[in-house]
Design a binder for this molecule. Structure first.
Ligand code: NAD
Length: 507
């Protein structure tokens, strides 16, 4: 960014370069702000409930065509999306930083994640496989086949404004499904940009049915119209547990399918045998990275009493010295909070910590870009016990630190929260490591050893248990959620034996 250019001007230039029509982000009623400076950067027209219904009809028509396209050919479209994303990486990554406030390397990293899932999905398009299963009947064959599911509705959160869409879309498209995306109302511009990039890929591909990929701009009411529409076969919703509590039962009531990727309250355990230098760096990134606004951010830390005084003072020093600044114009490691609401929630949690006897280091507002932007010094809170605000996710950079002495007891505390997304242990003791990864260890969807709680790769299935919603996205066999399974039994004999020895002979 040149010195004269405002964030708004830069966003405008990027949107122009990426081919987003001006009418899509000007003259509407949804104001979009950049957390970097707090300035308003766009006013977007929003979808109505009727628009949602029309989009679902278009997607349903697209489904009827797309499900007939062979999966490897569908993969070709995602290969082209990957190519377009590679070409647009610098612009889209920067727009992520402008709209979500991430530091540049994280904005670019998010786009890299989109590219990675495209590569993964292209390979997947040639290995959507089912099982053949032994049958008890002679001259019969039994097998499972996987068919496209239907319209996929994607509802996404502000903090991963584009990666979550790509995780869902790359898989949904190779699995034969159209996608309708309702991005966060806080990050609509990156959504429009991603759609414009995908449209270029679709144009190069050629014969894509209209309505295969659509974006609906708006807030929760627009998401709700998708949730309530019985023609949306799968709702993949990423966001707070509060949102999931509303969305989950509504989709279940119409027997729809959900992937829920909700809040996390992720913890690390530092044991007596831990490599403390490594732990320090991993905790610093896990807890302060993205200004504490990752679903996988480390929010709780249990430190064994024997290493507490070696680790915690160093950690506090790192908190006091970490660079905070404008992610577009500095190399700072910590950018802004998304808005005032996030700042207020952080202050409330810190007050609650103090009133239960916690010692707070950091947490004050940092003056970086004036009154409209909310930069804050990450906070480390030493708590006398694992309780109060530590039991809930506050979407801000607060790390609660609790001393422990007994390994079995700390496992209990680790699991004693509602969320179940990510977890990690720092140890060089084989028994502790394996116990943490065993049935009586971490109850989370992600359990790491000697790395932090955040920064997952796309090859593994991503998601969490309990109040995190139970969904899985991204790698491994997450694709199965985007397809319907059919069990087929074929009789190639001259007889009609019935299973379980049932006899039903008619004259
Ligand atoms: P949020 O719940 O406020 O909003 C998320 C999305 O849900 C937005 O698009 C919003 O418009 C939509 N929404 C809200 N109410 C709705 C309703 N009644 N019906 C349909 N849609 C509705 O979340 P946020 O503040 O944008 O994101 C932060 C939260 O997301 C944190 O809790 C974080 O842990 C979580 N998150 C989880 C994951 C994960 O993979 N588990 C990933 C990223 C973020």
């Amino acid at each position: 960014m040149t010195k004269q250019m405002t964030v708004t001007q830069e966003a405008t230039e990027i949107l122009d370069r990426l081919g987003v029509a001006k009418a899509a982000w000007t003259g509407g009623t949804l104001a979009s702000f950049s957390p970097v400076t707090g300035e308003q950067i766009a006013t977007l027209p929003v979808a109505s409930v009727a628009d949602v219904g029309a989009a679902v009809e278009r997607a349903q028509a697209a489904f009827k065509e797309w499900r007939l396209v062979p999966a490897p050919r569908r993969g070709e479209l995602i290969r082209l999306l990957g190519e377009e994303l590679r070409a647009a990486k610098a612009d889209l990554g920067r727009l992520v930083s402008i709209e979500a406030g991430k530091i540049i390397s994280e904005g670019l990293g998010e786009v890299q994640e989109m590219i990675d899932i495209c590569d993964f999905a292209v390979g997947l398009s040639r290995q959507l496989y089912g099982l053949t299963i032994a049958t008890e009947r002679p001259g019969h064959r039994m097998m499972e086949t996987w068919h496209p599911l239907g319209v996929v509705g994607v509802i996404s959160a502000f903090n991963f404004p584009v990666a979550v869409w790509s995780w869902n879309t790359a898989l949904a498209i190779v699995c034969g499904n159209p996608v309708i995306w309702k991005p966060s109302e806080k990050t609509p511009l990156t959504a429009l940009a991603s759609q414009a990039i995908f449209e270029r890929a679709m144009k190069r591909f050629g014969d894509v049915p209209a309505g295969l990929s659509q974006v609906l701009i708006g807030a929760g009411d627009v998401g709700n119209a998708l949730v309530e529409n019985p023609k949306v076969a799968l709702v993949s919703a990423t966001g707070s547990t509060r949102m999931g509590r509303i969305v989950g039962p509504k989709v279940a009531a119409r027997f729809g399918r959900t992937i829920l990727e909700l809040g996390g309250n992720n913890a690390g355990i530092v044991t007596p045998s831990a490599d403390l230098d490594m732990a320090l760096r991993a905790i610093a990134f896990g807890a302060m990275g993205t200004a504490g606004q990752r679903c996988t951010t480390m929010r709780r830390l249990f430190v064994h009493a024997s290493v507490y005084d070696q680790l915690v003072p160093r950690l506090k020093k790192a908190y006091e010295s970490v660079s905070i600044g404008n992610p577009l114009t500095s190399n700072a490691l910590v950018g802004p909070l998304v808005d005032k609401l996030a700042f207020d929630a952080m202050q409330t949690a810190l007050e609650a910590s103090k009133s239960m006897g916690g010692t707070v280091t950091g947490g004050a507002r940092a003056s970086v870009e004036g009154d409209a932007a909310y930069y804050v010094r990450p906070a480390i809170v030493e708590l006398p016990r694992h309780d109060g605000p530590a039991l809930e996710e506050t979407f801000a950079p607060i790390l609660y630190v609790v001393k422990y002495t007994d390994f079995d007891e700390v496992l209990e505390l680790h699991n004693a929260v509602g969320a179940g997304l990510s977890s990690s242990i720092f140890t060089t003791d084989l028994r502790e490591m394996e116990t943490f990864l065993s049935a009586r260890g971490s109850d989370c969807g992600i359990a790491n050893v000697n790395i932090g709680t955040s920064g997952a790769e796309i090859g593994g299935a991503f998601g969490g248990e309990k109040e995190t919603g139970g969904g899985r996205e991204s790698g491994s066999d997450a694709w199965r959620a985007y397809m319907r399974r059919q069990t087929n039994t074929v009789n190639y004999s001259n007889a009609l034996p019935l299973a379980q020895g049932v006899v039903f002979d008619i004259e």
